[in-house]
Design a protein around this ligand. Structure first.
Ligand code: NDP
Ligand code: HSE
Length: 436
């Protein structure tokens, strides 16, 4: 059996999970590839720390360059995260003719265009299945399984930590900080958990998914990003009364006027499968023009789940290690000279329906004033809910679901509504997606 030697930069959650998966499934992986895959070296900042995997037979070092410079190692796994030194180490590996597998979505989203070019120049592969949605083989599905389609849109719950937090808060009433701590202990969160909470991690993944879907170069800076921290239990309850769940979604859509790339809290009808994706699970709904809607579901974070995706890339590499470059699947699924820039829409140019919560004085004529302003701005109302907060005469919550409207029209109507003397606080607004 042919031996393929692998070196790992970073033996934390994903690195350890990868070693565990390779060991646990050694036989099946050998039968699939015809290769014996051996991890010979691994690096970490502190090699004395206990690991979640066995390190028997693995030479540990604090110096990743020793691994890159080992001539026997053909595949480097970059599983340390962060920008530097990860980026420089990947470039050095590619330039030395080594294939690289990474789980580093921040790096791919921000520097993927450059890194894929360096990989191509050196006739090697930079693989990244683990970078999006943990264990779900979504890159494989988008690049190969759906390659007969023109992708119309995709929509996904693509951050395990965020979904875990929203679920635990909703189901158990747990405090935000406690659930985040639990997610960190379970190995789900990023080194800087703000990336999870503020939607940056989801935006990295969405940017890559949009390129895979529409054949556009990676353009992370154009992703509109909102996090999960502004959600309130009240809106969760009101949304449920209206038949919706609130999820943190990444949405990429190709329209006649340009591409939407956005990450934000979203109301989804409760009867959609994706509305019921809870905990650390992720799901990506992709609408192809031939196949229709397709849904991919699985664990979005965690050691073995992400290790499963890293190992899938290693298996792919073992199969094509000696094959000519032109037989390989291009990194973003489109021939690199066919990637085409498309206009990316500003969020104000995007059309969606909205959930609005207005805090109003409970007196005659208020509702009429609100609906008149909405009508004057061409905004239709789909549903209304009114909640008495205290005794008669005090504040009331008016909850409105609008029809689809261009965001700038909605903002202009809201600024008129908020200037009414009977409106007490800025409106809460959450976008609504029907996902059909
Ligand atoms: P961890 O923090 O658990 O592991 C990182 C590893 O890299 C550790 O072994 C650490 O050493 C080492 N390391 C970190 N920084 C440096 C450095 N500057 N120099 C040398 N070694 C370093 O992270 P994860 O395994 O969670 O994440 C790794 C990558 O995988 C990230 O890009 C992350 O975004 C991505 N990812 C993570 C998922 C998850 O579920 N956790 C899922 C999908 C992707 P030491 O152990 O000594 O601290
Ligand atoms: N922190 C990420 C998440 C890891 O929670 O989804 C997986 O990419």
């Amino acid at each position: 059996m042919k031996v393929v030697k692998v070196g790992i930069l970073g033996l934390g959650t994903v690195g350890g999970g990868t070693v565990n998966v390779l060991q646990k499934n050694q036989q099946d992986i050998g039968r699939r590839t015809g290769c014996k895959i051996i991890v010979t070296r691994a690096s970490a900042r502190d090699v004395t720390r206990p690991r979640i995997c066995s390190t028997d037979g693995i030479q540990l070092t604090t110096n990743p360059k020793e691994i890159i410079n080992d001539p026997e190692i053909q595949i480097i796994l970059e599983l340390m995260g962060g920008e530097e030194p990860a980026k420089s180490l990947i470039i050095q590996s590619l330039k030395q003719g080594k294939h690289v597998v990474t789980a580093n979505k921040a790096l791919i989203a921000n520097h993927g265009n450059e890194l894929f070019e360096i990989a191509a120049e050196n006739n090697v592969v930079l693989a990244y299945e683990a970078a999006i949605a943990g264990g779900i083989p979504i890159v494989k599905a988008m690049r190969e399984g759906l390659s007969g389609n023109s992708i119309e849109w995709l929509s996904g719950i693509i951050n395990g930590t965020g979904n875990f937090i929203l679920t635990e808060m909703r189901d158990k009433g747990s405090a935000f900080a406690d659930v985040l701590k639990e997610a960190q202990e379970l190995g789900y969160a990023e080194a800087d958990p703000e990336y999870d909470v503020e939607g940056i991690d989801a935006a990295h993944k969405l940017c890559i998914l949009a390129s895979l879907a529409f054949g556009i170069p990676l353009n992370f800076k154009k992703v509109y990003t909102e996090g999960i921290s502004k959600i309130t239990p009240l809106d969760v309850t009101y949304a449920e009364e209206l038949g919706y769940r609130i999820k943190h979604l990444g949405v990429a859509k190709k329209t006649d006027v340009g591409v939407e790339m956005r990450v934000h809290l979203t109301l989804i009808p409760e009867n959609r499968l994706i509305a019921n994706v809870d905990g650390v699970m992720n799901a990506v709904l992709v609408k192809g023009n031939a196949v229709g809607p397709t849904l991919y579901y699985g664990p979005g974070a965690g050691a073995d789940a992400t290790g499963s995706a890293v190992v899938a890339d290693i298996v792919d590499l073992c199969r094509q290690i000696d094959s000519p470059a032109e037989q390989r699947v291009p990194p973003l699924g489109f021939a690199s000279n066919e990637l085409k820039e498309l206009p990316i829409l500003l969020i104000e140019e995007v059309t969606t329906a909205f959930y609005l919560r207005l805090s109003v004085e409970d007196k005659p004529g208020v509702m009429a004033a609100i609906t008149t302003i909405l009508a004057d701005n061409g905004i239709s109302i789909e549903a209304v809910l009114q909640k008495e907060l205290k005794q008669h005469g005090a504040n009331t919550h008016v909850i409105l679901l609008t029809d689809s409207v261009v965001e700038k029209s909605l903002l202009s109507a809201l600024s008129e509504i908020e200037s009414l003397s009977s409106i007490n606080e800025p409106a809460i607004r959450i976008r609504v997606e029907s996902l059909q």
